[in-house]
Design a protein around this ligand. Structure first.
Ligand code: GCO
Ligand code: MG
Length: 421
């Protein structure tokens, strides 16, 4: 009955079981945290080198304001933890990294884990000789619709830039205004605060944004999808009023109406406005957004993928959203590396509940450091069909752009009160 003996198929303990015999065992030989700033923003990319000559993977671990801390977490903790381990069991590795620190779910450790996780997916794609989106289930669309930014100090200037973006082929444009950029707050006249602090005239901002939408709709028409990032800087009731003042101009979404500290207001916000909401770049872990997603409090989930731990958790978030009518709009500004942007595009290519993707123009220096970085044309992001994530790194080039201290800008109200973004 084979109770004591083992079947031939099972083989000895520790032996790779039959079903895995096709793939030679590959282990982690070395882990590097490569920090570089070819476009001023600090970027951190993990490089996992394996026991198979020439086979390595790259992953984005970019927390631009605390890049040095992420490098330490990778080099001092995750590297010694995973040298010699099997590259194949990504889910298991992710959970091992996750609990290895016992205390978990914070921005620094999640970014470090993300770099490892994405690099393991890159290796798996290379071993399977297919782009990562194929491992995620293949294509759900021919390319990834992207949005670009448009700004200006007056509504007319913003409309001009929106028009330029439309001429470039973008169907989605996110608008911002730098109105009142040089205004001084009373706190500055009073000598309060620190050098470099910025003043935000919130009442002026609340008056200006609806005018920007009104002007852009008049000048650019009804077809263009328009978004705006409220960026968490105002009070919940101000957000509700602003959203309702913008509603007549049919925004595609308004982003981050309140800060994570005010998540408790989301039920009110949802019941007080019918404007689509995108939320989430400041989320670190599922405990912060499971309930709001399950209650359908917003329409687009906007995580900074490395902030939540990488591709593995991002796929879980995307799948979760599918069942609550929530689409994706991953965070994709300058403080995401081209590797991270490519990971966005692989997920965006494969999942059904894709919404829209933030993209940016990579500089020549960035493209030299990161060959294979995604491209965009006529409003669509294109990833290459290379095995894995499809982006490489030139370490010599990367070394030319050392990272530096870059905290988040300190913004204050007229009386000097710090504004929480
Ligand atoms: C966005 C973000 C950024 C952040 C930046 C912080 O939606 O793109 O809000 O602009 O401010 O990523 O480092
Ligand atoms: Mg934002």
């Amino acid at each position: 009955m084979g109770l004591f003996g083992q079947s031939r198929a099972q083989g000895a303990v520790g032996e790779t079981p039959n079903y895995g015999r096709g793939m030679a065992k590959v282990t982690i030989r070395d882990v590097k945290a490569i920090a570089t700033a070819p476009n001023r923003a600090n970027l951190v990319v993990v490089k996992i080198e394996t026991s198979e000559p020439g086979l390595y993977g790259l992953g984005c671990a970019t927390f631009t304001q605390r890049a040095g801390a992420v490098v330490t977490a990778i080099e001092k903790y995750l590297k010694p933890f995973c040298i010699g381990k099997d590259v194949d069991n990504i889910e298991d590795m992710w959970n091992s990294f996750y609990i290895d620190s016992y205390w978990r779910n914070g921005p620094v450790l999640n970014n470090a884990i993300s770099g490892m996780d994405q690099a393991l997916w890159d290796i798996k794609g290379k071993r399977a000789n297919m782009p990562v989106y194929q491992l995620l289930g293949g294509r759900s669309r021919f390319a990834v619709p992207a949005y670009a930014g448009a700004g200006g100090s007056t509504p007319e200037e913003v409309a001009e830039q929106v028009q330029q973006r439309m001429e470039q082929g973008f169907r989605y444009v996110r608008m911002g205004t730098s109105g009142g950029g040089n205004a001084q707050g009373d706190f500055q006249a009073a000598g309060y605060g620190y050098a470099g602090d910025r003043y935000m005239d919130i009442p002026a901002y609340l008056r200006t944004m609806p005018k920007v939408f009104e002007t852009v709709r008049k000048v650019c028409g009804d077809e263009i999808e328009l978004m705006h990032d409220i960026h968490e800087k105002i009070q919940p009731m101000e957000a509700i009023t602003l959203m309702n003042n913008i509603a007549p101009y049919r925004p595609f979404f308004l982003e981050d109406p309140v800060s994570p500290e005010n998540m408790g207001w989301f039920k009110e916000i949802r019941q007080s406005t019918n404007v689509p909401i995108a939320m989430g770049e400041l989320f670190n872990n599922i405990n912060e957004f499971l309930e709001p997603m399950a209650n359908r409090y917003f329409d687009f989930i906007r995580c900074h993928i490395s902030q939540i731990g990488g591709l593995t958790p991002a796929m879980k978030v995307a799948r979760l959203g599918e069942w609550f009518g929530i689409r994706t709009a991953w965070h994709g500004p300058a403080d995401v590396s081209p590797v991270g942007h490519a990971v966005h595009a692989h997920i965006d290519t494969a999942i059904w509940n894709f919404g829209v993707q933030e993209i940016r123009d990579f500089t020549d220096a960035e493209r030299e450091v990161f060959p294979g970085a995604p491209t965009h044309e006529k409003g669509y992001i294109h990833i290459n069909e290379n095995p894995g994530i499809g982006v490489d790194i030139d370490e010599k080039e990367a070394a030319k752009y050392p990272i530096s201290y870059r905290g988040y800008s300190q913004i204050r109200k007229a009386d000097g009160t710090i504004i929480r973004p």
